[in-house]
Design a protein around this ligand. Structure first.
Ligand code: BGC
Ligand code: NOJ
Length: 814
């Protein structure tokens, strides 16, 4: 069952039924001002940090879902009836409801009692504000008098404090209302230099800033007293809950259409210019006023929208494909790339499942996210890499997370996830291959942000490598530390205290438990690093990295192979995890996917065997599960992984993040059909038809789909902010379609399904536009390339020597 459809032409997903199984959201903003918006106008906004600079309130885990938003109400003056064109919060049965989630904007509307209303929400580029452009059309044959109400509920900035510290917060809410603009200034009197504003393009007939006055006692957003009465009360909030609400009156001829623009924005003042007059408590509004004046004109708002559109056109234009499969096309061309940008902007901070107060930017996550967006925003990738490196510890290890506002490592979450450092190497390698900007390796970055510790980025990578060598266990495999990629495989935690964090509790010294996954990652990362060192003329380093990688590969073959698949780990008693000897958790996806991806066992049959075992034991029609059998009870020595009921999350759920490792592994064996089969199983668009089962948005990946042990097998959760976005993009773009940046040029190495006659693609790479046509003439993956009509050796196309900016590549597969 579907709740809408894709409009690929306009790069939109169109939701036509408002009561989707879960809120289906989109993101507004792509620089510093952000918001999430659901298909029924729920969501919230923030400036840079979803916890510390939250503009508007949102109630997570509320019933009903998705409470708090950018709510507009219309009221028919004649009948007194009122409704929300976005369905929520009044939930009237309107006609022609539609929500169009597009690239950086969302338009929601419907028709009720002959009044059509649509609101387009977006954040203009280079501005810290959002625009709501409402269009109201009278579809009746008679005149209509309509009151429009637009409302937001302000959050008192720190979202965590806002949701907990009521004894203080009910006293501090403050606003100003000047010239029809509502200014939210809670805590501005003391240490905050920022405020929010909510403005309206039409002369407002009335306003409200007190939630109590607007809603009335014991009433909710579905039935505000002031809207029902048809008149806002000009209330001024003192303490309690400040809101912003404007009332505008429209008198519409039959067929007449009118536009109103609302602006919600954020502004900061220099400390010495906070007040105007200087010794007053009144906000100095000199910075906000011109911005408000500019965007309240519908023409400026439309021009800003056009610029946003052009921005996305440019980003997505960097890689476009035309394959025989619609799901591949729309995910690669539109939604997967778009999701990669959202994960770059948000890391794991704000979604329907991430409350915006919990997590900063993950070290591991942010490095992996690079794989998906480096080609779109290389300059910002560079900055992100250097920020990440600056949080690295002198040991080469990493804080597991850092805070976006301060760019400092987060001590509360700690470190010691022993895979973390290697992702920095892979992130940098991806950056170098895409851009050829070797200067980044000379950029100096401190350790743990400590002045005086600065070293070139290359040395940071060296320390990442060294970190593992200094932490090997009894089998010569890397010690796992707190955990590896699987945050929940906590082999040193041994927690029996409810509420203890599995992520920060350690009861073992960590000298025994080893990870075969980190071993595979180390092999892969060290070989990448060797290549980088070699190209920098550091021969000795390069040999050292290669030797260590070879030695690790040996250790894996000796101690990390279980006969039919790669082991997962050794626990803190030195016992195997992910072995046929285990009762539960006999085979795991991570070590098998990653070891083969790293090329281990390609020459001796192990890789093939491992992937056969993965298919036999882990494949379900909804994707590959993390392990089998699921853990049926809590194991002290395994930690959080066994805390989840079977089939959910890391306990044998389909973790969509790691499925692409197996896809890539299959391509390394030349298996296009298998790789593509796995790709389609979790491709959100391919699952659109089963939206009632999948439940999350059909246009973006979710972190997890319930595994076969779960009663809700096939149900997705944690959509949007997940490493799944980057890895699936990377797998389809670079390994299945095989359009792959390398140090020497663009490699064309497709491993596509045998049934495909070919595909075409356009890829802008280092300033050159490559038009690629792949044609299948035989069943294999052998590539013969013709570049601008002339056959070339090998399958890497180097930059045109004569500076041409457009190149045609014809690839024949046989
Ligand atoms: C989740 C993991 C997540 C970890 C760190 C765990 O509870 O299951 O998926 O990576 O928390 O936030
Ligand atoms: C989500 C985390 O963000 C990611 O870093 C981790 O690898 C997976 N969970 C698996 O535990």
């Amino acid at each position: 069952m579907k709740f809408g459809h894709f409009d690929d032409q306009n790069r939109e997903y169109v939701i036509t039924q408002p009561d989707t199984p879960l809120p289906w959201i989109n993101y507004l903003g792509c620089q510093e001002y952000f918001g999430i918006i659901s298909n029924t106008a729920g969501g919230y906004s923030f400036y840079r940090d979803a916890r510390l600079r939250r503009l508007t309130r949102y109630r997570y885990n509320n019933a009903p879902w998705d409470c708090g938003g950018r709510y507009i109400y219309l009221r028919d003056e004649a009948s007194g009836s009122f409704w929300s064109p976005s369905w929520q919060p009044t939930r009237h049965a309107a006609e022609d409801y539609s929500c169009r989630h597009g690239m950086g904007y969302t338009t929601i509307g419907s028709t009720f009692a002959g009044i059509e209303a649509h609101t387009r929400y977006f954040v203009p580029l280079d501005e810290n504000l959002e625009i709501w452009r409402l269009t109201v059309t009278n579809r009746r044959t008679t005149r209509a008098k309509i009151s429009v109400f637009a409302s937001v509920e302000f959050c008192l900035w720190d979202a965590q404090d806002d949701a907990t510290n009521f004894q203080r917060n009910y006293n501090i809410g403050e606003v100003e209302v000047v010239d029809g603009v509502i200014y939210h200034k809670t805590e501005y009197r003391e240490r905050r230099d920022h405020y929010a504003f909510f403005a309206c393009s039409e002369p407002a007939v009335a306003f409200d800033t007190s939630r109590d006055a607007f809603l009335g006692p014991y009433r909710g957003w579905d039935n505000p007293a002031a809207v029902a009465a048809g008149k806002l009360t000009n209330s001024v909030a003192h303490g309690w809950a400040p809101i912003g609400a404007h009332q505008v009156k429209l008198d519409l001829d039959a067929g007449e259409s009118r536009q109103i623009v609302f602006i919600l924005g954020y502004q900061e003042n220099p400390k010495d210019k906070k007040f105007d007059p200087p010794n007053s408590q009144t906000i100095n509004k000199e910075r906000a006023k011109p911005v408000i004046a500019k965007y309240l004109g519908a023409r400026e708002a439309d021009a800003a929208f056009d610029r946003l559109h052009a921005h996305w056109e440019k980003l997505l234009g960097i890689f476009q494909v035309d394959t025989p499969d619609v799901h591949t096309n729309r995910m690669v061309n539109i939604w997967n790339a778009y999701q990669c940008m959202a994960t770059f902007n948000m890391s794991r901070s704000a979604s329907s499942f991430e409350s915006g107060i919990g997590r900063g930017l993950g070290f591991r996550d942010s490095n992996q996210d690079l794989l998906g967006f480096v080609h779109m925003v290389p300059a910002r990738a560079r900055e992100r890499i250097l920020d990440l490196a600056s949080t690295q510890l002198e040991s080469g290890g990493a804080y597991h997370q850092y805070q976006p506002l301060t760019k400092r490592g987060n001590n509360d979450i700690g470190g010691g996830f022993n895979d973390d450092p290697h992702w920095l190497i892979l992130g940098v390698a991806a950056y170098l291959k895409e851009t050829g900007d070797w200067s980044i390796l000379d950029e100096k970055a401190p350790y743990d942000n400590k002045p005086g510790t600065e070293e070139p980025l290359y040395e940071h990578l060296h320390r990442s490598f060294q970190y593992t060598l200094e932490r090997l266990g009894q089998h010569g495999l890397p010690l796992i530390g707190r955990a590896d990629w699987n945050d929940c495989l906590n082999l040193n935690c041994f927690s029996d205290t409810p509420g203890n964090s599995f992520q920060t509790t350690t009861n073992k010294d960590g000298k025994v438990a080893e990870s075969v996954f980190i071993a595979g990652l180390f092999v892969h990362a060290s070989r990448e690093l060797a290549e980088i060192a070699g190209r920098r003329g550091k021969k000795e380093d390069s040999t050292c990295f290669l030797t260590a990688a070879d030695r690790m590969e040996e250790a894996i073959k000796q101690h990390g192979w279980d006969g039919e698949w790669f082991l997962r780990a050794y626990d803190s008693f030195g016992e195997k995890v992910g072995s046929k000897e285990c009762e539960e958790g006999r085979i795991f996806i991570e070590s098998n996917g990653f070891c083969v991806l790293a090329g281990i066992g390609l020459d001796d049959g192990r890789a093939q065997k491992a992937l056969n075992s993965v298919r036999e034991h882990l494949a379900t029609k909804h994707g590959l599960v993390v392990h089998q059998p699921a853990y049926t009870r809590y194991y002290l020595h395994l930690g959080e992984i066994s805390s989840y009921p079977p089939g959910y999350k890391e306990n044998a759920g389909v973790f969509c993040h790691v499925n692409p490792w197996v896809m890539i592994a299959e391509t390394r064996l030349g298996h296009g059909d298998e790789a593509y089969d796995y790709y389609l199983r979790i491709n959100p668009s391919a699952r659109e038809e089963i939206s009632e089962v999948h439940r999350c948005e059909p246009y973006v990946y979710a972190q997890m789909i319930a595994g076969k042990d779960a009663p809700t097998h096939g149900e997705a959760k944690n959509s949007w902010l997940t490493g799944t976005a980057a890895w699936n993009y990377y797998a389809i773009a670079q390994w299945i379609l095989g359009v792959r940046p390398t140090y020497d040029g663009l490699e064309i190495a497709p491993v596509i399904p045998s049934s495909w006659p070919g595909f075409t693609a356009t890829r802008i790479f280092r300033g050159v536009t490559y038009k690629i046509a792949v044609e299948r003439k035989g069943a294999g993956n052998k590539v013969a390339l013709t570049v601008d009509g002339a056959p070339i050796e090998g399958n890497i196309v180097s930059a045109p020597a004569d500076g041409r900016k457009e190149v045609s590549i014809a690839a024949v597969l046989s």
